[in-house]
Design a protein around this ligand. Structure first.
Ligand SMILES: [Fe+2]
Length: 152
């Protein structure tokens, strides 16, 4: 995990982002390690389910999918992702409404709390496999920010 303020490049530590309400953990991406660790996070946050999603250049309509992910939005439930392979970029609004850019790769667990504006995109490798943790009936319908400014 690497994090920084997008506009100033000022680095952000795990402590910094946790003070902004974002939860982070590193868990070795090996089945004997991550399954029990994710179970603990599920208990802690009240998640009942999980699934696995993969995006690659072969994913049909990848460009269209990423376009919707990269529009600033929030959810009324947590967005919890554990990265198994590949990489991705979360931009999350700080309490001062600044973009914090959080780059994740295998082993990173990130939880963007409910009602926090964010967006997501792939890195140059355009490939990611992630475990999604969620409640049984998660409300993931994105709520787009009015007049979202998505330029960097
Ligand atoms: Fe989202």
């Amino acid at each position: 995990m690497q994090a920084k303020y997008l506009t100033t490049d000022q680095p952000l530590s795990i402590d910094d982002i946790s003070q902004q309400g974002i939860l982070y953990d590193y868990i070795l991406p090996h089945p004997t390690q991550y399954q029990s660790a994710l179970d603990i996070w599920k208990q802690r946050r009240g998640y009942q389910s999980h699934d696995e999603v993969t995006l690659t250049p072969q994913t049909p309509n990848l460009t269209g999918i990423i376009e919707t992910f990269y529009k600033e939005h929030l959810h009324t439930d947590d967005e919890a992702r554990y990265i198994l392979s590949g990489s991705g970029i979360f931009d999350v609004r700080s309490k001062q409404d600044e973009w914090m850019r959080i780059s994740v790769q295998a082993g990173d667990l990130i939880i963007v709390p409910a009602n926090t504006y964010h967006r997501f995109k792939l890195t140059e490798e355009k490939s990611i496999t992630a475990v999604r943790l969620f409640k049984d009936n998660p409300s993931w319908v994105p709520v787009y920010r009015p007049q979202a400014i998505n330029q960097e």
